[in-house]
Design a protein around this ligand. Structure first.
Ligand SMILES: Cc1ncc(COP(=O)(O)O)c(C=O)c1O
Length: 358
């Protein structure tokens, strides 16, 4: 069986964890501070605040921007539920937008049609590692005085039109879950250009404390541990090469799968980091059967879009999102992790082509 994803943990990560364990300082400390600085530098942000995971990253980002109960936040329906859950968790209202049928990311035109006097923010999700149309979303946010947040849980290191993740938004959030392009076990990060905003996130993640037992605002415990940060610092050094390896595998797949399935669309001037390599076919069932028969791991992200989930019933108002609905029936993600062997890559190609031709 070729697993779809696996964390790439080597001796350096293990040594880093041992170092922290021996230091006696396990919770948020100097490793977290160093990781924040290094991550901000790597992503071209002015500052970064590490948090416990990608979901809390979204929650504290929205809170730091002052999103309040009853505010509307436009989100794509075609995303992991965490995006919408973060909005709903703080009492705001997720308003679901359709996706662009090519990139699967939020459709700026449809998002524009959803703006009301209650809309306060817009979240762009860079699905599968391909950045959303940030230029247009930035204009939309600016013209309507909305905050713009990037959910970059799947897009560490991605770029589009010369813009790096985080450069056209108020805040960008990341996840370091083990299947992501880099991991800390569990973990997340918020990056931003406005230092005061990032400072607000640091307070929110630590019970609103400005100094020990002085609570300026209500907050929570969304801190990252030094153990996680030590892993992240090692992983960050490998991110660029891993992304290049993902891209090389994707190029090989493109070459051998095009014609049998729709291979991932890449917009002009886009640096796709292939968190997932996602093909599209109206005959997905045949592809799935072939993968199962030949031991190729696969994933369907996502089989039920957010606007059709019971959890979000009261927000979706029965609205149809045609591009999202057909994507959820046709997408299939294939293994693209950097440590795939040549033989495994060939096995994946054979499984897909066999399934497509049956
Ligand atoms: C698009 C997206 N947003 C948010 C998250 C949440 O991240 P975490 O699992 O670290 O809470 C994920 C993680 O799977 C994700 O894929």
């Amino acid at each position: 069986m070729i697993p779809l994803a696996m964390p790439l943990i080597g001796d350096d990560e293990i040594a880093a964890v041992n170092r922290v364990m021996r230091s006696g300082m396990l919770a948020q400390g100097s490793e977290v501070a160093a990781f924040e600085e290094e991550f901000a530098a790597a992503e071209g942000a002015n500052a970064a605040a590490a948090v416990s995971n990608g979901t809390t990253a979204l929650i504290v980002a929205l809170q730091a921007l002052g999103i309040e109960p009853g505010d509307e936040v436009i989100v794509p329906s075609f995303t992991f539920a965490a995006t919408a859950n973060a909005v709903a968790t703080i009492g705001a209202i997720p308003v679901f937008a359709d996706c662009d049928p090519d990139t699967f990311c939020i459709d700026p035109d449809h998002a524009a049609s959803l703006v009301t006097t209650h809309t306060r923010a817009l979240i762009a999700v860079h699905l599968y590692g391909h950045m959303a149309a940030m230029g247009r979303l930035h204009e939309l946010a600016r013209d309507n005085e909305l905050y713009l947040v990037e959910d970059a849980a799947q897009a560490h290191g991605a770029e589009r039109d010369g813009h790096r993740v985080g450069s056209l938004s108020d805040l960008a959030t990341y996840s370091f879950y083990p299947t992501k392009n880099m991991t800390t076990g569990e973990g997340g990060m918020v990056t931003g250009r406005d230092l005061e905003l990032v400072e607000r996130i640091r307070r929110l993640r630590n019970h609103g404390m400005t100094e020990r037992y002085h609570h300026a605002t209500v907050g929570t415990n969304a801190r990252m541990t030094d153990i996680a940060a030590a892993i992240g610092r090692v992983q960050l050094r490998r991110l660029e090469i891993w992304n290049r390896q993902r891209r090389a595998i994707a190029a090989t797949y493109d070459l051998h799968l095009a014609g049998n399935v729709a291979v991932p669309f890449v917009a002009a001037d886009t640096y796709h980091v292939y968190h997932q390599y996602t093909v599209r076919s109206s005959r997905r069932r045949d592809l799935v059967e072939s993968c199962e028969e030949t031991g190729v791991g696969y994933g369907i992200y996502y089989p039920i879009p957010c606007h059709q989930q019971a959890a979000f019933d009261r927000y979706s108002s029965g609205r149809a999102l045609p591009h999202t609905e057909s994507a959820s029936e046709e997408v299939l993600s294939l293994p693209v992790r950097p440590n795939l062997t040549e033989a495994e890559i060939e096995q994946v190609i054979d499984a897909v082509n066999k399934g497509a031709k049956e």
